[in-house]
Design a binder for this molecule. Structure first.
Ligand code: G3P
Length: 218
């Protein structure tokens, strides 16, 4: 499963990119607003830091405006993926952009039928929001299973399932168990993935015992 980082905070992205474990990044208008920075500058910085696709979201609500915005966003860097909302206008823009070879991430997906439409529109990525479904008492991960099952039945659909609105390490594990293609993960959750109290306790014991030997490897 690929790991994208879900933030527009360049310091966080630089820090995590040093691990070599990032395959891309996703942003959205709310994440950009949190930075207080100019959108184009933020995108330039992220694209220069992350090798894989960097999702940049349009803000127009009609397809012609989305396409005009996409044209501008695509000039920022070669690794921009255009993010459009899962509306009829967004699907129209997705079809037009994907037909020209542009990577499109269709966002704000909350149902399997929406994901089916994005697949038919040639999306490179579909972003189902698991955390927000959990928030309203549903089981977000059930949607990932449904989409996986549907996409696997049609060779014509090449869309990757990009699990979004991830809130916990358990979401990441469940997405991987289902076979999602990508998880876009907030920085704090990425860091949590490596943590286990028994790892810390075990390492502490190893270091204490090593010190008793009086040896040094270097
Ligand atoms: O990638 C979409 C994601 O940023 C939304 O997450 O936590 O605002 O539902 P959240």
């Amino acid at each position: 499963m690929k790991f994208f980082v879900d933030t527009a905070d360049i310091d966080e992205i630089r820090d995590l990119a040093e691990t070599g474990l990032l395959d891309g990044a996703t942003t959205n208008p709310s994440l950009v607003a949190k930075t207080g920075r100019d959108f184009m500058e933020v995108l330039k910085d992220i694209c220069a830091t992350v090798d894989g696709p960097v999702s940049a979201e349009v803000t127009g609500l009609d397809a012609p405006t989305m396409l005009t915005e996409a044209e501008k966003l695509l000039k920022v860097a070669d690794n921009i993926a255009i993010k459009v909302p899962l509306t009829w206008e967004g699907l129209k823009a997705c079809k037009a952009l994907s037909s020209n070879g542009t990577l499109v991430n269709v966002t704000l997906c909350f149902s399997a039928n929406q994901a089916l439409l994005a697949g038919k529109a040639g999306a490179a990525f579909i972003s189902p929001f698991v955390g927000r479904l959990d928030d309203i008492g549903q089981t977000g991960m059930d949607l990932i299973s449904d989409i996986r099952q549907i996409y696997d039945q049609y060779d014509s659909i090449q869309t990757e399932i990009l699990v979004a609105s991830i809130r916990s390490a358990t979401h990441v594990k469940d997405a991987a168990l289902i076979g999602a293609d990508v998880a876009t993960i907030p920085p704090n959750v990425i860091r949590q993935l490596a943590q286990h109290p028994l790892t810390d306790k075990g390492l502490d014991a190893f270091m204490k015992d090593w010190a008793k030997t009086g040896q040094s490897i270097t």
